[in-house]
Ligand binder design. Structure first.
Ligand SMILES: Cc1ncc(COP(=O)(O)O)c(C=O)c1O
Length: 362
């Protein structure tokens, strides 16, 4: 070989595009482009951050025992079936890297989270994208897409950017229909925003091929901290742990995440706020003639008549200092994904869009 050569798949990776955080000329931007918690991080987590400073000269524990114990206690899970990563993205990387490689296939769905094809290519595996039905994951399409080479199926429930979700019965039908050698990953980045939904935990508890992932980035307001976790069968967690770097989480990440997960009262109050403001936002968007499916997450996907109308709506929001996320890359050129804010922030979004519609009608 005469020159450096990347591994197969790497050059197929288009860099992940995060939500914008700046608007030229606006100091006080209302950022509703990355599904962050409008209330910020829990106070207990911020206190833990200060305390953790005293231990910065120490290497962190490699086993994450205290954090896994806390997660297990709060969610009723066996700590030895948990694995923690640098965001749930890293947990997704563990499973794809450890179980798929060149010649294998990873399935994800038409409007699935944009990290899924990236993760497939990072593993050197072949990407298999299957259709959805009316912006909802289609179990039959996934089952049809399974081949002898399929190793992993990645889906988020609730899904990003649609906000739609499969009922637990459909998840079970999917798990039943997959061959036992195919891993079903139920990405629960937004699971807490769907009260009553267990995030696929019951399925993961009883099956040998189901993994659930969760994050501290959304409901816990800790996107900047980068912590997530997975819950799966012991044998799968054992394999994934072998590709996890021993010191992947810092003393700060471990301490702050542990304090956050234990603050269940704060978490529940954030869920309640989201449910209330989400219903308000969806109602207002529909009244303003922007379609939206019922969202089960902390954002709403508003769909304009076409891309030009969405451009105009986005411009009106930007003029009011509000940033949202366009999702053309997900197959929705007419779409605007708007994070659900607090009452005041939601009011600002509704007011800006109302002024825009009134202006267009004048
Ligand atoms: C569906 C889904 N899964 C996973 C993630 C990754 O979250 P994190 O790595 O911050 O835990 C996100 C982030 O936006 C997401 O939307």
């Amino acid at each position: 070989m005469t020159r450096i050569t990347p591994q197969p798949g790497i050059m197929d990776i288009a860099l992940y595009q995060g939500g914008r955080s700046h608007l030229a000329g606006v100091d006080d931007v209302l950022k509703l482009s990355s599904n962050e918690n409008p209330l910020g991080a829990p106070p207990a987590a911020i206190a833990a951050l200060t305390e953790a400073a005293a231990g910065l000269h120490r290497y962190p524990p490699t086993d994450h025992a205290a954090l896994r114990t806390a997660i297990g206690a709060v969610w009723g899970l066996e700590p030895d079936r948990l694995i923690c990563g640098v965001g749930s993205d890293e947990v997704l990387q563990f499973v794809t890297q450890a179980f798929a490689g060149p010649g294998d296939e990873i399935i994800y769905t038409e409007h699935g989270f944009s990290m899924y094809p990236i993760l497939a290519s990072m593993a050197g595996a072949t990407r298999v994208r299957v259709p959805e039905t009316e912006r909802v994951v289609d179990v039959d399409a996934i089952l049809t897409g399974v081949s002898e080479r399929t190793r992993v199926v990645l889906l988020a429930n609730p899904a990003n950017p649609t906000g739609t979700m499969l009922p637990e019965g459909e998840l079970e039908r999917l798990a039943d229909g997959l061959p036992p050698c195919v891993i079903l990953v139920i990405d629960g980045a937004y699971a807490e925003f769907a009260p009553g939904y267990d995030g696929g935990i019951a399925l993961a508890r009883e099956r040998s091929n189901v993994l659930v992932t969760r994050t501290f980035s959304k409901i816990y307001g800790l996107g900047g901290l980068r912590v997530g976790w997975g819950y799966g069968p012991r044998a799968m967690v054992d394999v994934m742990t072998r590709v996890r770097q021993p010191f992947n989480l810092s003393v700060v990440q471990l301490a702050v995440a542990e304090a956050a997960v234990r603050d269940t009262e704060w978490r529940d109050s954030c869920v309640a706020l989201n449910v209330q403001q989400r219903a308000r936002l969806m109602g207002a968007l529909r009244q303003l003639g922007l379609s939206c499916d019922e969202s089960h997450a902390n954002f709403v996907l508003a769909r304009a008549a076409d891309a030009a109308e969405a451009d105009a709506a986005e411009a009106a929001l930007n003029a009011a200092g509000i940033l949202i996320r366009r999702v053309a890359g997900y197959g929705f050129p007419e779409g605007m994904r708007i994070t659900v804010g607090d009452a005041d922030q939601t009011g600002r979004v509704i007011a800006a869009l109302t002024r825009w519609r009134e202006g267009a009608a004048a």
